[in-house]
Design a protein around this ligand. Structure first.
Ligand SMILES: [Cu+2]
Length: 185
């Protein structure tokens, strides 16, 4: 390695590398907090029940009901907050609603309410940040564990992933340039 060779551009490269490293560390640090901002949970509409009839989520969570049965189903709020209308069986159709305010929200399926196709979404009173409250809600309700592995990442998380990928790419290019510089000297 060509150490000690005076080169005016190399310190700049090193500074860039440091900046890229810093931004990566910052991303790792802040990503989990951003991730918890807009969680997504999926509830399947089976014949004739909701697969997760009672869930507990954090404020800002979007619940998406997915038609997974052969019968037509609805997700209909008892309080008139939302109504998917009839979603055809076998269509894979979805309906989403974002829960902001803490509280309990009961809902039902119009054609199958009498068969017990009802459910509830409990929005926890979580004002604190990310991970500590996640464990707290998990302890409070056994159904909350289902939160961890359902739903895709929200848009903000995708953005973070994109930025992270870009930062990694920049990092790689700089590292390669530095390496090449060393090997040719
Ligand atoms: Cu139904």
């Amino acid at each position: 390695m060509g150490k000690g060779r005076p080169d005016k551009e190399e310190p700049q490269m090193r500074r860039l590398l440091q900046l890229a490293t810093l931004s990566l560390v910052a991303l790792l640090f802040f990503a989990p907090a951003a991730w918890s901002q807009g969680q997504e949970v999926t509830v399947r509409m089976e014949d004739n029940f909701f697969d997760q009839a009672n869930i507990t989520v954090e404020p800002g969570t979007t619940v998406t009901w997915v038609q997974s049965g052969n019968n037509p189903h609805t997700t209909t709020s008892y309080d008139g907050l939302w109504d998917s209308g009839m979603i055809e069986g076998g269509s894979g159709g979805t309906f989403s609603y974002t829960f902001e305010e803490p509280g309990r929200y009961d809902y039902f399926c119009i054609p199958h309410e009498s068969m017990g196709m009802i459910g509830s979404v409990t929005v926890s009173d979580a004002t604190a940040t990310a991970s500590p409250t996640a464990t707290a809600t998990a302890a409070a309700s056994p159904t909350a564990t289902a939160l961890a592995d359902t739903g895709g990442p929200p848009v903000s998380s995708l953005l973070i992933a994109l930025v992270a990928t870009l930062a990694l790419a920049v990092y790689g290019v700089i590292a390669l340039t530095l390496l090449r510089r060393h090997s040719t000297s």
